[in-house]
Design a binder for this molecule. Structure first.
Ligand SMILES: [Zn+2]
Ligand SMILES: [Zn+2]
Length: 258
């Protein structure tokens, strides 16, 4: 399996796209602005979308992608793209995005019988089988209902994505029983903005250090969701944590082999 980082920034600017990961060519994990870098044919090959939570930086490309690929997928007789998220996240998408005001209801287009999108609920602890790829739904602690995802890389170990989260003891309890090869974990704010991190339920470097102290061994840790312009400050603070893990900033365009 290949995991292609399409976007990993906490906001947009030139060269900075928000969260989206493409697993092989058919499973999208989060649908931030990074999705827009895929060619039309590549967009049309996405059969599954997993969404961590309802915030705009993670969902805004669902509807845009649906609009882009609707004709091509119909011509190719492809089934609806299956969008999976927590029930509360799906309800938010229906109410606030696919409501005919912000965007058309692509769960009923081009026809109610054969729509381009299908919304399917997931729960924490579910183990999904998507085109032969095993993906477990992990807990997250954010201001809205949220999850993370773990992709089973077999003997290569798990690729784990925390989603947007503040401190999350349940995650570390679960990861104790997993061989984690890659941990993609957010650090949305610098320590200077630790108050903002706390109330928005994100991590800052100090909080990240407390979290990583609960992860045994020495793991490849990839920092995601840093705001444009904050990269150097946040990574400098992370460099001083003295953790046994191998710390690096996640980079858009990066491909990980799982
Ligand atoms: Zn969020
Ligand atoms: Zn976010």
């Amino acid at each position: 399996m290949n995991l292609h980082v399409l976007g990993c920034s906490g906001a947009i600017a030139a060269g900075c796209k928000t969260t989206a990961f493409l697993l092989d060519d058919d499973v999208l994990i989060d649908a931030g602005t990074g999705v827009g870098d895929l060619a039309l044919e590549a967009l049309a090959r996405v059969d599954h979308i997993l969404i961590s939570h309802s915030h705009l930086d993670h969902v805004l490309s669902i509807g845009l992608l649906a609009d882009s690929v609707m004709r091509l997928r119909k011509a190719q007789n492809r089934p609806a793209i299956q969008v999976r998220a927590l029930p509360q996240t799906l309800a938010a998408l229906r109410e606030h995005i696919f409501n005919g005001v912000i965007w058309p209801d692509f769960t009923r287009l081009p026809s109610a019988e054969n729509p381009v999108l299908e919304l399917l609920p997931i729960a924490i602890g579910d183990v999904l089988d998507l085109a032969g790829k095993r993906i477990e739904v992990l807990s997250a602690q954010h201001t809205v209902p949220a999850v993370g995802f773990a992709v089973d890389g077999g003997s290569a170990g798990w690729w784990v994505y925390t989603g947007d989260t503040g401190p999350n003891p349940a995650l570390w309890r679960r990861l104790k029983d997993m061989q984690v090869a890659h941990l993609v974990i957010e650090t949305a704010f610098s320590d200077e903005e630790r108050q903002l991190a706390r109330i928005s339920r994100h991590l800052c470097p100090t909080a990240l250090g407390n979290e990583l102290a609960q992860l045994s061994g020495s793991v490849d840790v990839h920092i995601t969701h840093i705001k444009p312009g904050e990269m150097e400050a946040v990574m400098a603070e992370i460099g001083k944590l003295g953790t046994p893990h191998r710390m690096q900033a996640l980079v858009a365009g990066q491909v990980m082999n799982l």
